[in-house]
Design a protein around this ligand. Structure first.
Ligand SMILES: Nc1nc2c(ncn2[C@@H]2O[C@H](COP(=O)(O)OP(=O)(O)OP(=O)(O)O)[C@@H](O)[C@H]2O)c(=O)[nH]1
Ligand SMILES: [Mg+2]
Ligand SMILES: [Zn+2]
Length: 368
């Protein structure tokens, strides 16, 4: 397919008063912030940002203050962030403040103990894309769900590439999803035949932000190109690329549709990790967690206790072994991750305190 490196500079303006999310509108009203100083981060390249204001697209950097005050990567602006900015000239700006986020998509940072990586902010709905056939994987889906629930984002499952399997197989897959995961909206579609694409389009509301997530090659960028009615994004299959396993999309980017919905493309993720939130895990495994209230012991580990409702559901076949195993696995990971996150926060706090006291000392000993 066509390759066009996108720096999305001709995006439709979307900073419109009537389309602002409620929390952002409240924030700017409470702080007397004029809409002319408001922008949204559309893409990030290291520490350089492209932001879209009411009237223009600007290159931006953050102030030293934001960098200094940042305790973790999550304190830096990310795609989807609403920011207060100051223009320098027609092309450049400084980001003065990141406005409070109403939701965030965060994953476990790979190889960084106890750290998280912020994928996007202020997202209303995440489309979790899995291709029917080789890619569909309920265990991975449950990881995505827990990350969405932890970030206060509504998940929707998109089963793509339905043209590659028989209709019967597709129906069976949807049944399997329903059996395993309660209350998840599922859309099956094909970018080839365009079947189901309208169902996805019908989901989109003006002013709301939608993020596409899923493994490399499942068709995220192809869907977005269809929504935009143009080849804005590069798309390619893994086997078509020279180096095996290479991702086609290399950065996250926000686009505005003609219908004024906002979509964010992301690169396929090899590892998602897990959430550090126990509540989000409970929401993901809603049906399983409901069982726990019937266990005999309130601190039941659901592994070998007598009177365990989960184990009896397993025995009766009401609960599938796969779901149970994934629940236990993610729970162990979540507990471990949450303790590393806690430790890291404590360490960062101490470090922050130390820096502050060193600076204070330096100021005091400065000759007048
Ligand atoms: N048969 C079929 N192929 C599809 C469909 N959707 C996408 N493809 C093909 O799958 C390949 C990968 O699509 P992309 O849209 O680049 O996938 P992606 O999810 O954006 O991948 P990354 O950017 O690497 O994360 C391309 O060759 C597409 O043409 C579909 O519904 N059916
Ligand atoms: Mg892509
Ligand atoms: Zn139990």
């Amino acid at each position: 397919m066509e390759t066009k490196k996108s720096v999305n500079l001709s995006v439709k303006s979307f900073i419109m008063k009537q389309q602002l999310p409620e929390t952002i509108e409240n924030y700017i009203n409470q702080n007397g912030l004029p809409i002319t100083e408001l922008a949204r981060v559309i893409t990030v390249h290291k520490e350089r940002y492209i932001i879209q204001s009411e009237t223009s697209v600007l290159k931006a950097e953050i102030t030293g203050n934001i960098r200094f005050a940042a305790q973790s990567a999550a304190d830096f602006p990310t795609v989807g962030d609403w920011v207060r900015f100051m223009p320098m000239d027609n092309e450049n700006a400084i980001i003065l403040e990141v406005l409070p986020r109403f939701s965030k998509l965060e994953r476990q940072a790979i190889g960084k103990y106890g750290d998280v990586q912020l994928i996007a902010a202020n997202v209303d709905v995440a489309f979790i894309v899995q291709a029917v056939g080789h890619d569909y994987n309920p265990n991975r889906l449950e990881r995505y769900l827990s990350v969405c629930y932890a970030g206060k984002i509504q998940p929707v499952l998109v089963l793509s590439k339905t043209d590659l399997v028989e209709e019967r197989e597709c129906k069976k897959l949807i049944d399997d999803v329903k059996k395993r995961i309660k209350n998840i909206k599922t859309i099956a579609l094909s970018n080839e035949t365009k079947q189901g694409l309208d169902l996805l389009k019908n989901e989109l509301e003006a002013g709301k932000t939608y993020c596409f997530l899923g493994s490399s090659g499942v068709g995220k960028s192809t869907i977005i190109n269809h929504l935009l009615n143009r080849e804005a994004l590069e798309t390619r299959s893994i086997s078509e690329s020279t180096s095996k396993g290479r991702h086609t999309t290399s950065h996250r980017e926000l686009f505005v549709l003609e219908t004024e919905s906002i979509v964010i493309d992301t690169p396929g993720m090899r590892e998602l990790g897990v959430t550090d939130s126990a509540d989000a895990l409970e929401m993901t495994f809603d049906a399983i967690s409901d069982l726990t209230s019937d266990c005999k012991f309130s601190d039941c580990s659901h592994t070998n206790e007598s009177g365990c409702a989960m184990l009896s559901a397993l025995e009766s076949g009401e609960l599938s072994e796969d779901a149970y195993e994934n629940y236990q696995k993610l729970k162990r990971e979540q507990e471990h991750f949450s303790s590393t996150v806690y430790e890291k926060r404590q360490r960062d706090k101490e470090f922050g305190k130390m820096i502050k006291s060193v600076l204070k000392e330096k100021k005091r000993s400065k000759p007048r």
